[in-house]
Design a protein around this ligand. Structure first.
Ligand code: CMC
Length: 495
């Protein structure tokens, strides 16, 4: 007869933190469920186990006690890419992907985009509440006081090639900040965490603008703290010989809205990198460099750059069906479409589409918007995209505005990283003070060889390896003559 082993997790008694926890548990058909537990029968042994359910989750560690015999390590869960695993409790950002809802600390993104400023939203993300007037004033002063960077940072940025990708410069420079602020390693000191919060939020626009000016061969422009956060960023980017830069209020507001929309997005790839790297307890500048590196990839914050390149490649509405066919056949992806969490229209994309029209009134219409809108229309009527619930995400329209504002495509991921810094730092602070968190260290299913005897090199049999092929190709490239053409990449070295 099957025996039943109750499994009680100490932490199961932890206070419910999410709105899911506040609800009385109900089954799919709406009937109330008696006990919040899962009964699992291990058919290898016939034993049954009661596993507590809290906040709609079971604890992976509760499965460890399920074993065949005393030599068995115990059952693990396998979830590559964390598709169904909650890695933390968080009270920062709420997403309902099915309904297309996004809230920061309970405030709908639509309300914040309409009424708030980036700095106010950053305060909300970091501290959990909207500030009163005095708090906002103090916070704004604390951030503005920190916008300058050490003069050596200019030399550091000057060390990059003129055609270096600005996102690479941003990642390198934010990592280098840990050498300028060694006090940042005191992560258990709340006052130090506070100071690094201001520094990070304040200095990201400065190094982003310096990276841009460097790539254009323009002199660096120092922060102007009379201006708003967005206005000062525009100043550091675009100021030429005028005594005082005056940002256009429509463009300033557009940047402000885009920054609010990008400020946080719960446990995405870069927030996860911030938490994972932060969990080994380095200073937050090092963790932010890791988060920014995660953001850089084309499947995450680099997607806005890819969308623009894709739209330019399509070039004409007539060619859309041909491209859709390719995407469906798996030849590349429709960039700016699809999301791990949203299975509905990304609410940020809707707001960006509206903001684009306001910007175009001033800058003139970016012709790529018409291709994008037609692409969206055709994709949303196509069975392939409908059945997979693929909708436009935040990156689909953002690049079109950035281009209309005069940014080169390489700056797009940088424009994502600046505001996301508030989200990363809020996630990091929550992680550092969460008693349940430890160093992030997943398990694996080992698939390699076991316990082999070392063979001296002369007695090893020859076998083909991936390394041989890669080495062959690499040598062919490295040994080819260097072009001296006046192309953009002519200064590249090959060693
Ligand atoms: N174009 C064509 N097919 C797609 C796309 C796309 N953009 N996205 C997903 N699919 C297909 C995919 O091929 C798969 O099909 P099948 O079931 O037949 O194998 C199915 O839809 C599910 O895709 P997935 O790769 O398992 O989904 P995921 O949750 O792992 O990936 C994603 C999410 C965002 C990486 C993906 O949708 C994607 O690559 N989109 C394009 C890149 C992009 O726009 N990224 C920005 C994301 S939003 C900004 C941010 O927060 O980072």
């Amino acid at each position: 007869m099957a025996t039943r082993t109750p499994i009680r997790s100490k932490k199961a008694a932890a206070k419910p933190a999410s709105r899911a926890a506040a609800k009385t548990p109900t089954s799919k058909n709406g009937a109330s469920v008696k006990a919040a537990s899962l009964t699992v029968t291990d058919n290898r042994t016939g034993k049954s186990y009661d596993i507590p359910i809290n906040d709609g989750t079971v604890r992976a560690m509760d499965f460890r006690q399920i074993r065949v015999d005393s030599d068995d390590f115990g059952l693990m869960t396998y979830d590559p890419a964390f598709t169904n695993t909650a890695s933390c409790r968080s009270a920062i950002t709420y997403i309902d992907g099915e309904k297309g809802i996004l809230e920061y600390r309970g405030y709908p993104i639509e309300q914040l985009a309409e009424k708030s400023t980036y700095l106010e939203t950053a305060y909300l993300l970091v501290y959990g509440e909207l500030p009163d007037a005095t708090q906002l004033d103090q916070w704004t002063r604390d951030i503005k006081y920190s916008t300058m960077v050490h003069e050596n940072i200019k030399k550091f940025i000057d060390g990059f090639n003129y055609d270096s990708h600005p996102m690479g410069m941003l990642i390198g420079t934010v990592g280098a900040f840990s050498t300028y602020y060694p006090d940042a390693k005191h992560i258990d000191d709340p006052a130090s965490r506070e100071l690094q919060t201001w520094r990070l939020i304040a200095k990201m626009p400065t190094i982003a603008a310096f990276a841009y000016r460097h790539s254009r061969g323009l002199p660096f422009v120092y922060p102007d703290n009379d201006l708003s956060f967005a206005g000062n960023f525009l100043n550091m980017l675009w100021k030429m010989s005028e005594a005082k830069y005056k940002p256009d209020p429509v463009l300033e507001r557009a940047i402000e809205v885009l920054f609010i929309l990008h400020a946080d997005h719960e446990q995405n790839c870069s927030a996860n990198a911030m938490r994972a790297v932060g969990s080994s307890r380095p200073d937050p500048f090092s963790a932010t460099a890791a988060a920014a590196a995660a953001l850089y990839g084309p499947l995450h914050g680099g997607a806005n750059e890819e969308v623009l390149l894709m739209l330019e490649k399509i070039g004409d509405k007539k060619r859309i069906p041909e491209f859709i066919k390719k995407f469906k056949a798996g030849e590349g992806r429709l960039m700016g479409f699809g999301h791990r969490v949203y299975k509905n229209y990304d609410p940020r994309a809707k707001i960006i589409k509206r903001t684009a029209e306001e910007v175009f009134d001033l800058t003139g219409r970016n012709p790529l918007i018409d291709i994008a809108m037609e692409l969206e229309r055709i994709a949303l009527e196509d069975e392939y995209f409908i059945s997979r619930k693929l909708y436009p995400n935040v990156d689909f329209y953002s690049g079109i505005i950035y281009q209309a504002l005069g940014f080169p495509v390489e700056m797009f991921p940088v424009l994502f990283a600046i505001p996301r810094t508030a989200g990363w730092i809020a996630q990091w602070r929550e992680m550092i003070t969460d008693p349940e968190q430890k160093i992030a260290r997943p398990r694996q299913i080992y698939t390699g060889n076991r316990t082999r005897k070392y063979t001296p090199i002369g007695r090893r049999p020859r076998h083909d390896s991936a390394h041989d092929e890669a080495n062959h190709q690499h040598r062919a490239v490295r040994l080819a003559p260097m072009p001296f053409a006046s192309g953009k990449r002519a200064a590249r070295t090959r060693f």
